[in-house]
Design a protein around this ligand. Structure first.
Ligand code: ATP
Length: 265
């Protein structure tokens, strides 16, 4: 497992959500250049762990390291160049045009009924925005307003905004939620492609057959890591039964795994 300079790591992390001990001693490494999926049943602690990896939830004990350094030692600017976050149902300004939304990802301006610059716009900003639009196939509707987009198109624009920051790690909370099968597969394909380009991708996914397309899985159960590693290692009937309490068959179809739940536990 890659750790240290090329990874985002949780080291014996304990995090409370409200008064609930949601993450109870998690150690896991999420390498750069890999697509990792965080899986596990409802309430397992996936979102809490993701937010802690972003520095958005106060950590009780243990630490988050990025590139071998403590996350807390990174300044605000360095942190936003390193990590980007795509929350569930990310809100986008309805009246903004797609290119303006993606430009917001550069951290060079704010949206207040219009783009208000907070620093001068540079050619590097322009290139990053164009690159993110192209890689998410959103450039062809860059002039449309957010209010004119479908749910799947919005999700891709939110992804483009996160990519425009050119982070080293991208964390996503259920990025395929509410997407139809075609859009969901497309988002997974973009994420795979970005990981191949060097980005460290960490996504919370509920659909195990989509998660099976990731390079690595971390299976959480009751705030602990139940299994971590390749999809073949993690997606076993024993692990699925222990985590979800369901019987499931895992079969290989061509080059990927399929999880088939049985009706009875
Ligand atoms: N503010 C809060 N106060 C008390 N308990 C909380 C709070 N937020 C989350 N929890 C609890 O912490 C546990 C972990 O929550 P978390 O959202 O991280 O799980 P999850 O694996 O992302 O779940 P899901 O798949 O349902 O989104 C759950 O039992 C949840 O009820």
């Amino acid at each position: 497992m890659t750790t240290g300079p090329a990874a985002l790591e949780a080291v014996n992390l304990h995090v409370r959500a409200g008064d609930h001990p949601a993450v109870r001693g998690v150690s896991a490494a999420f390498p750069a250049g890999r697509f990792s999926a965080l899986i596990g049943p409802n309430g397992a602690g996936k979102s809490t762990l993701l937010r802690a990896l972003m520095g958005l939830s106060p950590v009780q004990s243990g630490e988050v390291r990025v590139g071998g350094r403590r996350l807390g030692d990174l300044g605000r600017a360095e942190r936003s160049r390193t990590l980007a976050f795509l929350a569930q149902g990310e809100a986008l300004p309805d009246s903004a045009r797609v290119r303006e939304v993606v430009a917001l990802g550069r951290g060079a301006g704010e949206w207040r009924w219009g783009l208000i610059p907070t620093r001068p716009w540079t050619p590097a900003d322009e290139d990053a925005v164009t690159g993110a639009l192209e890689r998410t196939d959103t450039r062809r509707f860059e002039g449309r307003r957010v209010s004119e987009l479908s749910g799947g198109e919005r999700q891709r624009v939110a992804l483009a905004r996160a990519l425009a920051a050119e982070p080293r790690f991208l964390l996503l909370d259920e990025p395929t939620n509410h997407l139809d099968l075609a859009y969901a597969l497309e988002v997974i394909r973009y994420l795979r492609c970005e990981a191949e380009g060097g980005l460290g991708v960490v996504a919370v996914l509920h659909d195990l057959n989509l998660a099976a397309r990731a390079d690595r899985l971390v299976l959480l159960h009751e705030g602990l890591v139940l299994a971590a590693g390749s999809p073949e290692h993690v997606l076993t009937p024993e692990h699925l039964r222990a985590a979800y309490g369901v019987r499931a068959r895992v079969v290989r179809d061509a080059d990927r795994l399929l999880v088939i739940p049985e009706d009875e536990a």
